[in-house]
Design a protein around this ligand. Structure first.
Ligand SMILES: [Zn+2]
Length: 256
């Protein structure tokens, strides 16, 4: 059974660093391959404190979309957990170059614990186990190199639009997705390089995924009650839209 666990739904500084929502990232179980994406603060604790525990030693890889702390804080912790404290060399790590080279967020002494630390580039194609994924377009997100992800499994195409400013080309990059996971940090437009609700709506309308999950909420979104917004969007767009909850396990059979 393919599934995704939302180990956190917090976005932006206030919600993350006051832990108004959790910030553990996303756990993908696809065609029997386990992949962690963006292990933010508390990721390991969230994996192990679930009733149905997620075992980090089962991971085949960890992907970082960008180096901001709300996405990367537990990256080293998860590398150590994946490799059983470094006793079992395994797994691959993917991250943009600025997370690996200058002021790196991946500790150098851990790099030998894994089978490889790989640099993500725009329009790259990569694989972890039997799962391939691409980084279709470079996002605009402050000074930080940022890539969204598009996974191809035997049954589904799953896109994750991580933090970004809205720009021309985003829609085309994530077209033909069965499932779209989208970080909606802001309720209203702002000067920050983040999507707001109307921009997310425009992307959903353009991409027409079979299912969309809104996540990574900043304070303005939480105040606007995203759990009430999602059903309204479903009705308005005629496309299934869900609001992620902390710890939510999404069974991908629900996509069709
Ligand atoms: Zn960010």
């Amino acid at each position: 059974m393919d599934y995704i666990v939302f180990l956190g739904t917090a976005g932006a500084r206030v919600v993350v660093f006051k832990q108004i929502r959790a910030s553990g990232g996303l756990w993908f179980s696809l065609d029997g391959t386990e992949i962690m994406v963006d292990p933010g603060p508390g990721s390991l604790v969230k994996c192990l404190s679930k009733k149905e525990k997620l075992d980090p030693t089962k991971l085949s890889g960890i992907i970082l979309t960008h180096r901001h702390l709300d996405h990367s804080a537990d990256l080293n912790v998860m590398i150590e957990a994946m490799t059983n404290g470094g006793f079992k060399k395994k797994g691959v790590v993917f991250a943009p170059e600025d997370a690996i080279e200058n002021d790196p967020v991946i500790l150098k002494y851990l790099r030998g614990y894994v089978d490889g630390v790989n640099v993500l580039k725009e329009k790259g194609t990569y694989s972890i186990g039997d799962i391939s994924f691409t980084t279709p377009i470079k996002h605009i997100h402050g000074k930080v190199e940022t890539y969204g992800l598009k996974f191809k499994t035997s049954k589904y195409t799953i896109s994750y639009i991580t933090d970004t400013k809205f720009f021309e080309g985003l829609k085309e990059a994530y077209e033909e997705s069965d499932l779209l996971i989208i970080n909606v940090v802001r309720y209203a437009p702002s000067e920050y390089d983040h999507l707001c609700l109307d921009e997310a709506k425009e992307l959903i309308k353009g991409i027409e995924p079979k299912m969309t999950v809104l996540t990574h909420f900043g304070m303005t979104m939480i105040r606007a009650r995203p759990w009430e917004i999602a059903p309204k969007l479903t009705e308005e767009l005629g496309l299934k839209v869900l609001c992620a909850r902390d710890g939510m396990k999404l069974d991908l059979q629900e996509i069709s």
